[in-house]
Ligand binder design. Structure first.
Ligand code: PLP
Length: 390
């Protein structure tokens, strides 16, 4: 059975044109791009073509793109580079709602003696700008604020934040893993110094990422070895995946505006219908500034894990902010930071759509959810009262 896949913020399918483009580079053109012979050396040109396409998606210059193995490596590299480049500065600012790729790296830095400020958010997931301004000081080496949150889709005011940091000459990194390919970006107009991308969130394979580093930004490599990526990231290039990322960025750029409208329409239809048919349900996060493909809805007094299991029986894939289903021991740190009550966190479901989803699939989920919620509320110890309503 083909799944109804509404978990695209977790990962996306590789686009057919991307797969087609990368396949010859496994067993036909398998040379090492650093080799002197033409067979290997020709791949160097293909990598540079891919670099130009990745740069093209975000308005960067090709030489400002460094290929990495994933979004996590891009995030770690950006933070490590910043603190290594400014060794006299011992303070890092980030937010409470970052992906673990940033959050846990900052905790690692904290154990190494760095002072870390984790900026809070309000109950719509919006950054506390006063706290942010107060946190900046002469000791701040870098600020890392995600462009959009992976759980709620809430978009942060990157332009405003970057503007304030530029005035103070402080490095600014943004984890844009959930944003690249979903909304238009032009780094020429964006006051950021580093910007992380992950291939598998935009229809390229897992295991490839990129880091944009603005020309003139001090940079210190995270992976040290050979001369690849002009000495900025060692390791023989993942040629096939680099070519795939180039192709996926090219496709994303081509379809960006139309696709964003399409996803928003599907997402709004799904969200509107579920809020109408299921009482005691609400959207988590600022609905004004949000990725077009994401909705995070709390169905109060139900376990998110139980909802996911029931959806799974119908081949519907989504994810939840409750502990077990999110693969961690703790319920969502993002929803907790937003002050969402536990009864709502436990019943939170994230639906994240892609260009491959259809109206028919949305209608199927709209049809299946209300009876599932009603049934689970009847079974749930704290849902007995609520079950009569749905
Ligand atoms: N940052 C954000 C916002 C993400 O959503 C993810 C993945 O879910 C990552 C970073 C990590 O990316 P990767 O899986 O490529 O390491």
């Amino acid at each position: 059975m083909k799944p109804i896949y509404f978990d695209n913020n977790a990962t996306t399918p590789v686009a057919p044109e991307v797969l087609e483009e990368m396949l010859p580079y496994f067993s036909e053109f398998y040379g090492n791009p650093s080799s002197m012979h033409t067979f290997g050396g020709q791949l160097h040109r293909k990598i540079e073509e891919a670099r130009a396409k990745v740069a093209g998606l975000i308005g960067a210059e090709p030489e400002e793109i460094i290929f990495t193995s994933c979004g996590t490596e891009s995030d770690n590299t950006a933070l490590m580079s910043a603190v290594e480049s400014y060794p006299q500065k011992r303070h890092v600012i980030t937010t409470r709602v970052e992906h673990p790729a940033v959050l846990n790296f900052c905790k690692h830095l904290s154990r190494k003696g760095y002072r870390i400020t984790f900026i809070p958010v309000d109950n719509s997931g919006r950054l506390d700008m006063d706290a942010f301004l107060k946190a900046i000081d002469d000791d701040t080496a870098v600020v890392s604020v995600m462009y959009a949150n992976n759980e709620t889709g809430v978009i942060f005011p990157i332009t405003a934040i970057g503007g304030m940091l530029r005035e103070r000459n402080i490095l600014f990194h943004t984890d844009a893993v959930q944003v690249a390919g979903k909304i238009p970006i032009n780094v020429k107009d964006l006051p950021v110094d580093m910007f992380s991308i992950s291939g598998h969130k935009l229809h390229a394979p897992k295991g490839i990422g990129a880091l944009y580093v603005r020309k003139g930004t001090r940079f210190y490599p995270y992976i040290i070895g050979g001369h690849q990526e002009r000495g900025r990231r060692a390791g023989t290039e993942n040629t096939a995946s680099i070519i795939a990322l180039g192709k996926s960025c090219e496709s994303a750029k081509e379809h960006l505006d139309k696709e964003a409208d399409y996803l928003k329409r599907l997402r709004d239809r799904l969200e509107g219908a579920l809020l109408k048919s299921c009482p005691d349900a609400q959207v988590n996060g600022d609905t004004e500034n949000r990725l077009p493909n994401t909705t995070n809805i709390s169905f109060n007094y139900v376990e998110g894990e139980a909802i996911l299991l029931r959806l799974d029986e119908y081949g519907i894939c989504a994810s939840s902010g409750s502990a077990c289903s999110s693969g961690s021991l703790e319920p969502s740190h993002v929803l907790r930071a937003m002050g969402i009550p536990y009864t709502a966190i436990h019943g939170s479901i994230r639906f994240s759509l892609s260009r491959y989803n259809t109206e028919g699939e949305v209608d199927k989920v709209i049809e299946m959810m209300p009876p599932i919620i009603k049934e689970l509320r009847t079974l749930s110890p704290y849902g007995k009262e609520e079950s009569r309503k749905c």
